[in-house]
Design a protein around this ligand. Structure first.
Ligand SMILES: Nc1ncnc2c1ncn2[C@@H]1O[C@H](COP(=O)(O)OP(=O)(O)O)[C@@H](O)[C@H]1O
Ligand SMILES: [Mg+2]
Length: 396
């Protein structure tokens, strides 16, 4: 007697449906209907830190009625919204001795920085790195565009977009790079609750590009696949200082096109043997594929490329060996600071937030501060690389 088999398509379909219902309920709890994600206000101490001035100076500005008016809470504590921070930057920049002290973005002749975050290992920290970099640069006064190239859309979810509910009629990068009737890029850009940060969300539509491209190649479409992302970016080139692209954990046509558009590359790597071995495969394959693209006329010139060590545990012997190994092999291509493994970062992720969004009071002080310090150190190294690409050292 034949044993009846379960149909895998139906089983998976059933699970998807059940999961989707539960996720929707979970989301309704986290974000009540119509409640848009909103960014907290920042303490005057945090703002002073971001601007590189003394809190006493900010207080004086406030008392003199100069610049934006902060919200005053109990004990006379001043809180600034992200818009207030940007307004302070604009106010202070006018009187700055060195131009760019408070508004560090592009000046005449500087090219748009396009940073791609890659590695085909899932869980290597791509999305975490991309999100914290994009948000920190926005807080630091750069005009930032984040692009979610991962059909799994974690970067979008972190910014309050639920791909399976919010983008039913398209609205991803795919719409702007597809071969038939592409939309102007600006049509898929969304404002976020973060001042200075816009986002192009992702969802499963992005996979269409992998299916369309072989067909376009077969038809010898004049539009080569590797120029699609870069060409689409031209539409808004003037409006941003930095683009941060969060790549999917695979080396498809989309990632290749993103790499062709990139001016700089961040490879995230968790310092463990299996991860580093997998990265070795990734580097080999990337190099081969990009070589082919270069032969076909793709632009492969970069400003910089760096490995960033993620989820690092300083007390872990094997991890330290792996880090030393990478440093001895790749030298200055490894960022000096690693991103520490921290429950503050993973816990913030559980509520779809970054460390820049959560309230300090949710964590023990040292946990929060150690994580924040490590993220800021990494992001500051990257900002210096961006400044160097514009021919400036230390933002001067
Ligand atoms: N520094 C860190 N400390 C603790 N957890 C982290 C850290 N970086 C990433 N994670 C967690 O690891 C998981 C994978 O990270 P993620 O950035 O999504 O990787 P990827 O995008 O490469 O798949 C997430 O659950 C994230 O919260
Ligand atoms: Mg990811």
């Amino acid at each position: 007697m034949a044993v009846e088999k379960t149909r895998i398509d139906q089983l998976i379909g059933d699970h998807a449906l059940r999961l989707s219902e539960r996720l929707q309920a979970h989301r309704a709890q986290l974000f009540p209907p119509n409640a848009k994600k909103e960014l907290r206000k920042f303490t005057s101490g945090e703002v002073a830190g971001l601007l590189g001035v003394k809190d006493a100076y900010l207080r004086k500005l406030h008392l003199d009625g100069k610049g934006p008016s902060p919200e005053i809470r109990t004990g006379g504590r001043r809180y600034y919204s992200p818009n207030d921070i940007q307004a302070l930057r604009e106010y202070l920049e006018v009187g700055a001795k060195t131009p760019g002290t408070y508004l560090p973005g592009r000046r005449d002749g500087d090219h748009l920085q396009v940073i791609t975050v890659i590695n085909f290992k899932g869980g290597s920290g791509k999305t975490t790195t991309a999100a914290h970099l994009a948000q920190k640069m926005a807080l630091d006064g750069y005009r930032v565009l984040g692009i979610d190239l991962d059909p799994q859309a974690s970067l979008s979810a972190l910014h309050g977009f639920q791909p399976e509910f919010d983008l039913l009629d398209g609205g991803t990068l795919y719409d702007a790079i597809r071969y038939e009737d592409p939309l102007p890029l600006r049509d898929v850009i969304q404002k976020t609750y973060f001042t200075n940060l816009d986002l192009i969300p992702g969802n499963l539509d992005l996979m269409e590009f992998e299916h369309d491209t072989p067909r376009a190649l077969a038809q010898r479409d004049g539009n080569l696949f590797f120029t699609r992302v870069g060409d689409a970016l031209m539409d808004v080139e003037k409006e941003y200082d930095v683009v941060v692209m969060d790549c999917p954990p695979q080396l498809g046509f989309l990632t290749m096109s993103a790499l062709s558009a990139a001016t700089s590359v961040l490879v995230t790597v968790h310092p463990q043997m299996l991860d580093v071995m997998s990265m070795c495969q990734f580097l080999l394959m990337t190099s081969n594929l990009l070589g082919v693209v270069a032969e076909a006329g793709g632009d492969m010139s970069y400003d910089w490329m760096r490995y960033v060590i993620t989820r690092y545990e300083p007390g872990d012997g094997p991890q330290n060996q792996m880090v030393s190994f990478m440093r001895s092999m790749f030298g200055e291509n490894v960022l000096n600071h690693p991103v520490l493994k921290s429950t503050a970062i993973s816990d913030a992720g559980l509520t779809k937030q970054t460390l820049y969004e959560v309230e300090k009071s949710q964590f023990t002080r040292t946990t929060y501060e150690r994580a924040m310090e490590s993220l800021n150190a990494v992001n500051s190294e990257i900002e210096q690389l961006v400044q160097s690409a514009w021919g400036r050292e230390n933002g001067a």
